[in-house]
Design a protein around this ligand. Structure first.
Ligand SMILES: NC(=O)c1ccc[n+]([C@@H]2O[C@H](COP(=O)([O-])OP(=O)(O)OC[C@H]3O[C@@H](n4cnc5c(N)ncnc54)[C@H](O)[C@@H]3O)[C@@H](O)[C@H]2O)c1
Length: 385
């Protein structure tokens, strides 16, 4: 973009959209080059909030009017999940850049349509709010994998059970915790970040088996998941998540022939084998021998913040998106088209748990939609009772 600033418009100023308005107003020195010029919400009380709290920002009820206003260059989409691809496609057709929040959508078919539309607009920037990709520990893990130091990947295990959500969270009602409104539970709401990172680091599996259930909460969607997956190279993976474990865990382990990465408690520990495991095993003659190792520890985000190396989380994504549009960087952290990868894994986990069968990827999208629709119908029927 040959401009000095990017004018942002936000569709949906509920909890998350409002959080972003605060970044644009109260923390604006952290997102230099970005300016909030318009917001939009279908709810009168959210528009009233905007009118009273966002001076100089134009408030719309209909996002299509905001898109046609000439006031915005880029649109942030902060609505419930089903609308993400719909609004993104409309924004692209209106000639606007898009920064969509996670998840990319509820099912891969609609997200593929969004990606097809994006391909028709190579002049527009399409990004996804994968704010955890700015975490230096995951960036370091990716560097270690891509540099070849971890060697051929053999296993990835992520236990991410610290997304604790009590009854009161789901009791807020509305679209949360429902098939019709949210399209899923922990997989669609809390975990898109980890599902993105899991596949960003290890690639997309080729098959998945899983159980997904509802534990201790009065909701129809899942809040407890255990998935087992296989990768093309023979590696395996396990993904465990829940919103009811207290205390929970957030531990990522990635093993390769060259060693092991563990990310937990705000640090990454890389234990590097001095030689690749298969090479060692081949020449070692010692009963119960093991490869010699070296240990490297990388500290988390606080350390990097002090070094001012990486802006964190959502600010980091908005800053990177703005800088990329203004041609101040040639590195783009979270391309929108990549949103489909984690969602494919998510849809495969759901389908595997619903059918009780191993699901292959590429996914049978129609089978997924049919199963999802059946759950929505069941939910509607039980509400009527
Ligand atoms: N990246 C993150 O860390 C993160 C964190 C929380 C939520 N989110 C995502 O943000 C999105 C919004 O979540 P939330 O918690 O703010 O929900 P919310 O219900 O608080 O807000 C959604 C808002 O969108 C508005 N809306 C719905 N349809 C609209 C339309 N067609 N046009 C204009 N406005 C519309 C609603 O009126 C509401 O005000 C979700 O996709 C969620 O997954 C992302």
């Amino acid at each position: 973009m040959d401009k000095k600033e990017v004018r942002f418009g936000i569709v949906g100023i509920g909890k998350q959209g409002t959080f972003y308005t605060k970044i644009f107003t109260k923390l604006k020195w952290l997102v230099k080059g970005a300016r909030l010029t318009a917001v939009c919400d279908i709810l009168p009380e959210r528009r009233k909030y905007a009118e009273e709290n966002l001076p100089g920002v134009k408030v719309f009820e209909d996002y299509k009017e905001m898109f046609a206003s000439g006031l915005v260059d880029a649109v942030m989409i902060e609505t419930p999940h089903y609308f993400h691809p719909v609004i993104a496609i409309d924004a692209m057709r209106a000639g606007l850049n898009v920064l969509c929040d996670k998840p990319a959508g509820v099912y891969t078919k609609q997200v593929r349509e969004m990606n097809e539309e994006a391909k028709k607009h190579p002049d527009l920037l399409f990004g996804m709010m994968f704010n955890q990709r700015t975490n230096p520990l995951y960036i370091k893990a990716k560097e270690l994998i891509e540099s070849g130091r971890l060697g051929k990947l053999t296993r990835i295990v992520w236990i991410i059970t610290n997304w604790y959500r009590p009854r009161a969270y789901y009791a807020q009602g509305g679209w949360r915790g429902t098939w019709w409104g949210e399209g899923g539970g922990v997989l669609l709401n809390q975990c898109p970040h980890q599902l993105d990172l899991f596949t960003w680091l290890a690639g997309l599996p080729v098959s998945v088996t899983a159980t997904a259930s509802t534990v201790g909460r009065d909701i129809s969607v899942e809040n407890d998941v255990t998935a087992y997956c296989k990768f093309e190279n023979g590696a395996t993976g396990v993904f465990i998540t829940s919103t009811h474990d207290a205390p929970g865990t957030n531990r990522l382990e990635i093993t390769g022939e060259g060693g092991k990465i563990v990310i937990e408690n705000g640090k990454l520990v890389f234990t590097e084998n001095c030689e690749l495991e298969p090479v060692f095993s081949e020449h070692n003659t010692v009963f119960m021998g093991k490869p010699k190792t070296k240990k490297y520890t990388y500290r988390g985000i606080g350390h990097y913040l002090r070094l001012k190396k990486y802006p964190p989380q959502h600010i980091g994504i908005i800053k990177n998106y703005t800088d990329y549009l203004l041609k101040k960087t040639d590195k783009f952290t979270a391309p929108g088209e990549q949103g489909i990868t984690g969602l494919t894994f998510s849809n495969a986990i759901h389908l595997a748990s619903w059918t009780g069968r191993e699901v292959s990827i590429p996914l049978d999208e129609e089978a997924f939609i049919a199963e999802l629709e059946a759950r929505k119908a069941e939910e509607k029927a039980s509400e009527k009772k």
